[in-house]
Design a protein around this ligand. Structure first.
Ligand code: SF4
Ligand code: SF4
Length: 484
C-alpha cells in the first residue's frame, strides 16, 4: 500500500445555476494578463453542447488521455516515434478557433471620439493582434443555455439520439463546471519531454514549472480535458493551480469560495497509488468501481499508518476523516468521475444532476409528492447521456446515484411536512436515516466549514513528504516522469 493524500473537489450538478461567478473569480485572479486572455482555467459549459474548446471530449480528433493496451497503459497520441515527430508540431492540438479569438471593446472611443454626425461606438478588437474585429465568430460560452443548439448541442459526442434536442418537448439542459482535475494519472505530466509539469506530493496538485517549460505543448495535446493552455506571449504552458496559495493557508479555491449555488465541496482523499495502474486497465464500464477501489478509508488504522510513513501530517489525517468529498465519493457513492474512460483518474468528481425536474412521467416534484420514484428511463436527461459523461458507459452507477438523490428528496419532504416516512424506500436506494440527515445537511444548510475542510500546510515540515511523494506512482514512476 502506497498511501497518498490529495485535495479533491466535488461538484453537485443539481445546484449549479450557470451563473459563471466561478469562472470570473478565477479569471480575475489568475488569467487576467497578456497571452492568457483566451484561457478559462475554470469554465462552465451547457450540456448538451460542444464545450470549450469545441468538442474537447472527442478523443478521435484530439487523441488525449491514455488507452489500455493489453497489460499496459499508453498515451493515446504517443509512442517514441510520434513523440519525436511531433517535437515541433502538435497535430492534435485544438486551434485558436476551437477556443475563440479573445476580444475587448474600444471603450475609449465612447469618450474620446471627435464630434460628428454619428453616435460613437465601442468597436471590438482582437486581444492578440490588436486589429479591429468586424465579425466576432465565437466566445467561450457561445453555446450557453443551448443557444445555437441545432449546431452545437447536436454535435455533443455524448448524445446518442440527436433528435432529443430538436424539439422543445424532449429538450433537456444542465451545466457542467470544469477545472483541471489534478488527475492521479495525469497524461499532461507523462507527456512532458522537459519534465516541467509535475504532480506535487503533499496535496496532489498538478503544476507547470514556468522556469523549466520549453513550450513543446505535448501537455495540451495529451490532456483529454484540454485543461492545459499555451500562453502565446510567454511561450509557456499554463493551467489551473487549484488556488494553492489559498489552500495552503486552509482557504478554499476562489471558484469554490465564490460559487453562488454552493455546489462545490473541497477536502482530502487518501488513495493507494500502487493500485492506480491496475485500476485503469479495467474495461470502461468498470472504471467507476475501479476508482472507488483505489480510494482508502481514512479511519482504517493500517491506512493511517501507511499515510504517516509517507509523511502525511496528522492534521491531514484528521481532515481526511471529516472529508466531505470522501463521504460523497466513497461512502455514499454519489459523486462520479468525468469521463473515466480517458484513464487519467480525474480527482474532481460530479454528482449527476436530476434536473431538469421534468420527467416523461410528469413533473418530478409532483411524482415526489405522491411518493413515486420515477424510473431511470423516465428521467428527462437520458441515462445513457449521463453514463457517457460520468460512468464510462455504465448506466447502473449513474442510475444508483440518481435513485439515491430521489429517495433523499422524498424522505426529507415527508419529514419536513410531518408526513410518514418510508424507511424501506430509503433503504432500497442504499440510504438510512442517519445517512439521509448527513447528506441533507451537506446539500442544504451545511456552511462553508462543512463544505470545505482543507488542512493548512506547513511547507517547512512537508519537505520530506514532498520529495518522497513526488508523484512517482505507477506508470509515472516507470517512465520517470512527474518527479520533481
Ligand atoms: S485534467 Fe488531468 S491531464 Fe488534464 S491538465 Fe489537469 S491533471 Fe493534467
Ligand atoms: S459559481 Fe457555482 S453555481 Fe455559478 S456557474 Fe459556477 S459552479 Fe455553477
Amino acid at each position: 500500500m502506497d498511501v497518498r493524500a490529495q485535495l479533491v473537489m466535488v461538484f453537485n450538478l443539481d445546484k449549479c445555476i450557470g451563473c459563471h461567478a466561478c469562472s470570473l473569480s478565477c479569471k480575475n485572479i489568475w488569467t487576467d494578463r497578456k497571452g492568457a486572455e483566451y484561457m478559462w482555467w475554470n469554465n462552465v459549459e451547457t450540456k448538451p453542447g460542444v464545450g470549450y474548446p469545441k468538442k474537447w471530449e472527442d478523443q478521435e480528433e484530439f487523441k488525449g488521455g491514455w488507452v489500455a493496451d493489453g497489460h499496459n497503459l499508453r498515451l493515446k497520441a504517443m509512442g517514441k516515434g510520434p513523440t519525436l515527430l511531433n517535437m515541433f508540431f502538435q497535430p492534435n492540438m485544438p486551434k485558436l478557433e476551437d477556443y475563440y479569438e479573445p476580444f475587448d471593446f474600444d471603450y475609449g472611443n465612447l469618450y474620446g471620439a471627435k464630434g460628428g454626425d454619428d453616435q460613437p461606438v465601442a468597436e471590438a478588437f482582437s486581444q492578440i493582434t490588436g486589429e479591429k474585429m468586424a465579425h466576432i465568430k465565437a466566445g467561450p460560452n457561445w453555446d450557453d443555455d443551448l443557444s445555437g443548439s441545432q449546431v452545437y448541442a447536436s454535435a455533443d459526442v455524448n448524445l446518442e439520439d440527436k433528435k432529443i434536442i430538436e424539439q422543445y418537448s424532449t429538450m433537456f439542459m444542465q451545466y457542467l463546471p470544469r477545472i483541471c482535475n489534478h488527475c492521479a494519472n495525469p497524461a499532461c505530466v507523462a507527456s512532458c519531454p522537459s519534465r516541467a509539469i509535475y504532480k506535487r506530493g503533499e496535496d496532489g496538485v498538478v503544476l507547470v514549472d514556468q522556469e523549466v517549460c520549453k513550450g513543446w505543448r505535448f501537455c495540451t495535446s495529451a490532456c483529454p480535458y484540454k485543461k492545459v493552455y499555451f500562453n502565446w506571449n510567454s511561450g509557456k504552458a499554463e493551467k489551473c493551480i487549484f488556488c494553492f496559495p489559498r489552500t495552503e493557508t486552509g482557504q478554499c479555491n476562489a471558484c469554490a469560495h465564490s460559487c453562488v449555488g454552493r455546489i462545490r465541496y473541497v477536502g482530502v482523499l487518501l488513495y493507494d497509488a500502487e493500485k492506480v495502474e491496475q485500476a485503469l486497465l479495467k474495461p470502461d464500464n468498470q472504471l467507476v468501481e475501479a476508482h472507488r477501489g483505489v480510494i482508502l478509508d481514512p479511519r482504517d488504522e493500517a491506512v493511517r499508518e501507511g499515510a504517516r510513513k509517507n509523511g502525511v501530517p496528522e492534521q491531514w489525517l484528521e481532515a481526511a476523516e471529516k472529508s466531505p468529498v470522501y463521504a460523497l465519493i466513497k461512502e455514499f457513492e454519489l459523486a462520479l468521475p468525468l469521463h473515466p474512460e480517458f484513464r487519467t483518474m480525474p480527482m474532481a468528481y460530479y454528482i449527476p444532476s436530476l434536473s431538469p425536474v421534468l420527467t416523461s412521467g410528469g413533473e418530478l416534484h409532483e411524482l415526489v409528492e405522491h411518493g413515486t420514484i420515477p424510473t431511470r428511463e423516465a428521467l428527462r436527461a437520458p441515462i445513457g447521456y449521463l453514463a457517457s459523461l460520468f460512468g464510462g458507459g455504465n448506466r447502473d452507477v449513474v442510475a444508483a446515484a440518481l435513485e439515491k438523490l430521489i429517495a433523499l428528496r422524498i424522505h426529507m419532504r415527508a419529514k419536513n411536512l410531518n408526513q410518514p416516512t418510508d424507511e424501506a424506500s430509503l433503504g432500497k436506494a442504499g440510504l438510512d436515516e442517519a445517512g439521509a440527515k448527513r447528506l441533507y445537511r451537506l446539500f442544504t444548510i451545511g456552511g462553508y466549514n462543512e463544505r470545505n475542510i482543507i488542512p493548512p500546510q506547513q511547507r517547512e515540515e512537508l519537505d520530506s513528504h514532498t520529495r518522497k511523494g513526488a508523484s512517482g506512482f505507477g506508470i509515472l514512476k516507470k517512465t520517470g516522469r512527474g518527479k520533481r
